[in-house]
Design a protein around this ligand. Structure first.
Ligand SMILES: *Cc1c(COP(=O)(O)O)cnc(C)c1O
Length: 371
């Protein structure tokens, strides 16, 4: 099966094979491997040894986003969330339920937010201490410019939390050049092409120390993750980790570096996105985003207006041709989502486009433009 979803992504056989071992997390060999993974992750984020720390947390992306909010935004304080997609809505919910006050900056989900919009929102409310932004919005496929936004946040003397879950490893990020960032967060199972199970934040150590006591939760306290590393070493855990997923993530990181790191991954995904964006148009469908706003992670397409089209039927039929895409959509209007990330190459995309054309014919979908 060719998995064209924005995570958990299609992985290489070597990565999956690394899961098939028993490992004791506290074994010295594994501790050394885990410590090395943390250093590598910090380096990929543009972190500097001694200044920035990689702070992993068991579980999904929502968990690390919640942990970053709880750790860096004090209880009762305000977080401006740039609302241009479904993952931003999720960030806002995580913050509200953690007792942080959310100020929503509404932006349509078919374009990036501008630095001016963020600067204006910050100027309008001096009580806002943090900005939360989704780097690559996996709802629609847009990308927010975290460098330009960061400059606006820095100029306003505020702090930023970046949900880079679907961006990290593909889109560039340089923590040392963005001192306003408290945390950049991501998971094992997206652009690094590992398996699900573990999430990561990379943060400035000085801020982690300053923020000790904010979290109001032991499980979600990144300061405590740091304190444990100080006490017991960078290879240590507070609670049982998904050791096999971590081990496989290490293999995925090795492959990532060998492929040429972030620039190579971005180039491959961008080509996948370009082929998809052009290919669906050649089949008569309309992409949700203009190419100028199209990111390299996911291509969203308007569902065809033809009454013969239903998403679930389409997805099930496509699966019979060996291609799996999401069976739900995250845009305000009906769409379908095709992932560009994972161990997916240009030939895979060409194969998928052929299958999509065949299935639309099979279903008798003649009117393929948006409703
Ligand atoms: C996938 C994703 C997440 C996290 O999803 P989980 O299911 O919690 O791992 C968060 N933000 C973005 C932008 C994502 O693409």
């Amino acid at each position: 099966m060719l998995l064209l979803i924005p995570g958990p992504v299609q992985t290489r056989p070597d990565v999956r094979a690394a899961m098939a071992v028993d490992i004791a997390p506290w074994d010295n060999d594994f501790k050394a491997r885990y410590a090395a993974i943390r250093d590598t992750v910090r380096d990929i984020a543009g972190g500097v040894a001694g200044e920035h720390a990689c702070l992993p947390l068991q579980g999904a992306g929502h968990f690390i986003t919640e942990a970053a909010i709880r750790t860096f935004v004090p209880a009762g304080r305000k977080l401006l969330v740039v609302m241009n997609g479904s993952y931003a809505e999720r960030m806002a919910r995580l913050a509200r339920e953690a007792g942080r006050e959310v100020v929503a900056l509404a932006v349509p989900d078919f374009r990036s937010v501008t630095p001016g919009e963020v600067a204006d929102a910050l100027a309008a409310d001096p009580a806002i201490g943090h900005v939360g932004v989704v780097y690559s919005e996996t709802g629609s496929g847009i990308v927010n410019d975290v460098v330009a936004l960061g400059a606006a946040v820095r100029a306003a003397g505020r702090r930023m939390i970046v949900d880079a879950v679907s961006a990290f490893g593909a889109l560039p990020f340089d923590l040392k050049a963005q001192p306003e960032v408290d945390a950049v967060v991501f998971t094992s199972n997206k652009c690094i092409e590992g398996l699900p199970g573990i999430a990561f934040a990379v943060s400035p150590i000085a801020r982690v120390l300053e923020c000790a006591g904010n979290a109001g939760s032991w499980s979600f306290d990144l300061s405590d993750v740091y304190a444990t590393a100080m006490k017991a070493g960078w290879g240590s855990f507070r609670f049982t980790p998904p050791v096999q997923a971590l081990h496989a993530f290490g293999v995925a990181l090795d492959i990532f570096q060998k492929e040429g790191g972030q620039p190579a991954r971005l180039a491959r995904y961008r080509e996948n996105a370009r082929l998809l964006h052009e290919g669906v148009q050649a089949l008569g469908m309309r992409p949700y985003l203009d190419w100028a706003h199209q990111g390299p992670i996911i291509v969203t397409v308007h569902q065809p207006a033809d009454p013969a089209f239903t998403l679930l039927d389409f997805v099930e039929r496509l699966k019979k041709h060996g291609v799996l895409i999401s069976n739900f959509h995250n845009t305000p209007v009906p769409s379908l989502r095709i992932g560009c990330i994972g161990d997916v190459h240009a030939d895979d995309i060409r194969f998928a486009l052929c299958a999509i054309g065949t299935v639309l014919d099979e279903m008798g979908v003649a009117r393929r433009q948006a409703a």
